[in-house]
Design a protein around this ligand. Structure first.
Ligand SMILES: *Cc1c(COP(=O)(O)O)cnc(C)c1O
Length: 424
């Protein structure tokens, strides 16, 4: 908002006027925004790197990144430049014309996933994770087989198809009937998966790490077994890498991580991406490999905004920056440092630490994650209570050593503060 011209610069920089405070925005949010979205308390109004500032002028170090989205942090110069240049050149063309940025980004993704070795591949761009999974669901339907296997606890998005694929009854309830044919198996249980998959199975859909369900990595051998079982029955293996993809785990994609596969990459037939890929802009992708890439026929799917040049330019800037700044190694190193340091901490609230790279779940010994997140905020850190007893850390991939050490140094006091039951 522009202050009235009579306002002196000194006044304009003073404490925020009451009507632009966090509390005022929170009230306006409740007045104007759909209640489905809950009632957040902080209005984040500016940021730089891993720092973000709220409407009251408080600055936080951001260990959540808009839920694993701001891969390069806030206001990264490479994203600003790419987006500004693109919107000043051609901002939108629709699917009826070629988005040159979309072509470039698709080629880059196919290279990173090793499409050549997998018999080629094709990319469908969407605007979110849910939509990327909708595209994958439609590919699965095109096999002509009725059944799709998903995992209990999984999260694949909130649109009706993605919701049908989501293995959390609480999120589905109230919205049935949903698209049919989906069955859920316990995540990580090879025998249950083997028993569920047969010649009527179109696809098995799995997250390499169940992010929204409390950062639960696939147990040893599970992804590889899923690959073998699907291959045996001619079913597709779809990996939802919306949260784990684009460097989050220290690899371009989590299915390339030996920590999760036990060795060689577990190459899926279809992989979905979103969150980090757009560096903060809305972008999703459904990458199909081999025969799966040919299942959707011309005219069978589309998205007006999908492949939008501005979002794809941001995506290219994200990939370039990850490569140029060696961020995959940085993620691995920083993730190890956080994981090992927290494991070495002796605090009654700390249980196991799980995850990979910069997708980390701190399991608590009591269901006080909300209190811990609130205490972290009072100490100047944004973290996420992803489950009643799990804190999720997903900082920008560019998080500095200084920011990481600051969080580690503050963590014991944050946990003490949370156990003392400070104000929420
Ligand atoms: C966040 C997420 C989605 C949904 O993405 P939206 O962009 O919110 O639609 C799907 N799958 C996984 C694994 C996610 O983490």
């Amino acid at each position: 908002m522009t202050p009235p011209s009579s306002t002196s610069p000194a006044l304009a920089q003073a404490a925020p006027a009451a009507e632009t405070s966090n509390a005022a925005y929170a009230e306006r949010w409740r007045g104007a925004m759909n209640p489905a979205l809950g009632a957040p308390e902080l209005a984040l109004v500016s940021g730089s790197g891993a720092r973000v500032t709220d409407a009251d002028g408080t600055t936080y170090t951001d260990f959540l990144s808009g839920v694993a989205v701001n891969a390069l942090g806030h206001a990264h110069p490479a994203v600003i430049r790419a987006v500004t240049e693109q919107i000043g050149t051609v901002g939108h063309v629709s699917n009826l014309f070629i988005s040159t940025r979309a072509v470039e980004l698709a080629e880059r993704l196919l290279t990173l996933v090793g499409a050549d070795a997998a018999g080629g591949g094709k990319v469908f761009f969407a605007n979110s994770g849910a939509e990327a999974n909708e595209a994958a669901f439609k590919i699965a339907r095109r096999t002509g087989r009725p059944k799709v296997i998903s995992a209990e606890g999984s999260f694949h998005g909130r649109t009706m198809g993605a919701l049908a694929l989501t293995g959390q009854p609480g999120k589905r309830s109230g919205f049935e009937p949903l698209p049919g044919g989906v069955e859920y198996v316990p995540y990580g249980d090879v025998e249950a998966l083997r028993a569920a998959v047969d010649g009527t199975t179109a696809a098995v859909l799995l997250e390499p790490i169940q992010g929204e369900y409390g950062v639960r990595p696939a147990p040893d051998g599970y992804l590889r077994a899923a690959r073998e079982i699907t291959r045996e029955h001619g079913a597709l293996l779809i990996l939802d890498e919306v949260q784990t993809g684009i460097g989050r785990t220290g690899y371009w994609f989590a299915h390339q991580a030996p920590e999760l596969t036990g060795g060689e990459p577990v190459v899926p037939d279809v992989m979905t991406l979103a969150k980090g890929i757009g560096g903060g802009l809305p972008l999703g992708a459904c990458v199909a490999l081999g025969e799966a890439a040919e299942l959707l026929q011309p005219g069978q799917h589309a998205s007006t905004f999908g492949g939008n040049p501005v979002c794809c330019a941001a995506g290219l800037a994200v990939l370039d920056t990850i490569e140029r700044e060696g961020l995959l190694d940085h993620v691995t190193k920083t993730g190890k440092r956080i994981t090992e340091a927290v494991r070495a901490m002796d605090h009654p609230l700390l249980g196991p630490v799980r995850g990979l790279g910069l997708l980390i779940g701190l399991v608590l010994t009591a269901p006080v994650a909300a209190e811990v997140a609130a205490a972290a905020r009072r100490h100047g850190f944004l973290v996420n209570a992803v489950a009643a007893d799990v804190i999720r850390l997903a900082p920008p991939l560019v998080v500095t050593e200084g920011d990481t050490e600051a969080l580690l140094a503050a963590l014991p006091a944050i946990l003490d503060d949370a156990s003392a039951g400070g104000p929420r």
